[in-house]
Design a protein around this ligand. Structure first.
Ligand code: HEC
Length: 118
């Protein structure tokens, strides 16, 4: 992985904005967060992946999101998104994710995947 000062700076800026507390996320209920996570998944990934509890992916080669937890812990996606890396992903949308968006997407993915065993 190459180190990008520019990317790091924008991540820090996004984090600073979250910490500044002006965003409504802190007060958002769990249900709201799940709804927003689902909306993010549908808007940014749903073109190819099935993002619901049922149904096939529009792009057959893309694994339905409810099966991701069978292959690796959902948490590992968090880091990949934050760093803008998606190994082996052919057409990963390149728009950057804010920490807040990542939290919501990961929360939603966890909600549709079976609990990992420890
Ligand atoms: C243009 C279609 C497309 C879009 C949009 C897309 N994906 Fe994918 N994704 C794929 C395909 C195809 C694969 C299977 C790639 C493979 O197995 O090599 C995949 C695989 C994955 C995998 C599994 C990777 C692995 O190594 O097992 C994850 C996780 C993933 N996508 C997450 C996402 C997320 C999160 C989004 C939305 C931000 C997204 N994808 C948007 C097509 C897409």
């Amino acid at each position: 992985m190459t180190f990008s000062p520019l990317r790091t700076t924008s991540l820090l800026l996004a984090l600073a904005m979250v910490l500044a507390g002006s965003q409504p996320g802190l007060a958002a209920s769990k249900k709201t967060m799940l709804r927003e996570g689902h909306a993010l998944a549908a808007a940014r990934c749903g073109r190819c992946h099935a993002v619901e509890l049922t149904g096939n992916s529009p792009f057959r080669a893309a694994p339905p999101f409810r099966t991701l937890g069978q292959h690796y812990p959902i948490e590992s996606l968090e880091e990949a998104l934050a760093e803008g890396i998606f190994a082996g992903h052919p057409a990963m949308p390149s728009a950057p994710w804010t920490p807040d968006e990542i939290k919501r997407l990961i929360g939603y993915l966890k909600s549709i995947n079976p609990k990992p065993h420890h």
